[in-house]
Design a protein around this ligand. Structure first.
Ligand code: ZN
Length: 362
């Protein structure tokens, strides 16, 4: 069994400010990929403070669920801005995943956006630093970048985009609203549960996954009740980073593939869109790995569905039969199925969507 994680992780309050020396030692010019919220939650101020004296270019217009076209045209534009030594992804999954893709494209100017998916075409990227400001994606400790392509989410995976440094400071998550707190935590839960039951799981990943699940079970309801509690926020940030370490070993499974269409076509936040499929995925997995599934469900007192009910998990969208038909066909071709325990037919995938529609859509 193996475990690989080439990212230096610094976790705790003021992680960015106290990493000034480390950050400054990485180069002279820094490209910061972020969104508007980093100006409000204090993270951009901390980063600019830590990078004082260096050349820093800030792009704060990263769209939610960035597309392949976006990163390609962005990289083209910034290739003319002089060279950058480091690319920083500051924010949620969207800026971090965009930063990884841009780091590859800046290092390899001949590549198109679509070439990102052909990992034989490149071997290097600009060094990436990730600073998460939500608690869920785990992207700060993974080799994945998930982009939107043709109305679907498609990830690429390359060792060269493993962040060199991840700076995780929970204080940036204090200003997340209830919806974002819930959705991002469900993303972390999905990473932990999917990684735990994945056919690619390892004993190392399992230990991290179980701890992440326990933390989310205990602290997610608490932080939703008391969003300014720093200890609760810290626990969920920790769980999120652990769960990221899990999927760096195992990848994600069918829950993620099922959720992509809800995000891309219905605008449902990624973590919520994925998390709603976990009860179904566990039902299917139970047929082939009853003990492992029970280990997860025991943490929830036997039922993940009742945990969701208490949290008020639901989506305000409509889903038609035609959409279910079309989405099921797309998921049937997803690579996630190869590592998902149990058997999935097109009919089974339709049932997953139908079940989610009747339980969580209103
Ligand atoms: Zn995810």
């Amino acid at each position: 069994m193996s475990f690989y994680l080439p990212t230096r992780v610094l976790f705790g309050k003021d992680a960015v400010l106290s990493s000034r020396e480390l950050l400054q030692s990485m180069g002279e010019s820094y490209l910061v990929i972020t969104g508007k919220s980093s100006r409000k939650n204090g993270s951009l101020d901390d980063l600019l403070d830590a990078l004082e004296g260096k050349r820093v270019e800030v792009f704060d217009g990263t769209p939610e669920n960035p597309s392949v076209e976006f990163v390609e045209s962005f990289a083209k534009e910034y290739l003319g801005e002089g060279s950058f030594d480091v690319v920083v992804g500051l924010g949620g999954g969207s800026p971090m995943d965009a930063a990884k893709a841009i780091a590859v494209l800046l290092e390899n100017p001949e590549l198109t956006g679509l070439d990102l998916y052909d990992t034989t075409k490149y071997g290097k990227a600009k060094p990436v630093v990730c600073v998460p400001t939500t608690a869920g994606t785990g992207s700060e400790v993974t080799q994945y970048s998930v982009l939107t392509l043709n109305n679907w989410k498609k990830g690429f995976s390359h060792e060269c985009v493993f962040p060199k440094v991840a700076l995780v400071d929970y204080k940036y998550t204090l200003s997340m609203d209830e919806e974002l707190t819930l959705s991002t935590a469900l993303d972390a839960l999905s990473h932990a549960v999917e990684g735990y039951i994945s056919l690619r799981s390892t004993p190392f990943a399992e230990v991290l996954a179980l701890e992440a699940v326990r933390l989310i079970k205990e602290y997610l309801p608490k932080v939703l009740d008391d969003p300014e509690n720093e200890y609760y926020r810290e626990r969920i940030s920790f769980a999120s980073t652990l769960a990221g370490m899990v999927i760096a070993q195992t990848g994600t499974t069918v829950g993620h593939a099922l959720g992509y269409s809800l995000t891309v076509e219905k605008g449902v936040k990624h973590g919520l869109a994925t998390g709603v499929f976990l009860p179904f995925e566990l039902d299917v997995a139970r047929e082939v790995m009853g003990e492992k599934v029970d280990a997860i469900l025991r943490i929830f007192g036997g039922s993940l569905r009742s945990f969701y009910r208490d949290l008020g998990v639901r989506m305000q969208i409509t889903i038609t039969d035609e959409e279910i038909e079309r989405w099921s066909k797309m998921v049937l071709g997803a690579s996630h199925l190869k590592s998902t325990p149990g058997t999935y037919s097109e009919e089974g995938l339709k049932i997953a969507y139908e079940e989610v529609r009747s339980e969580y859509v209103y």
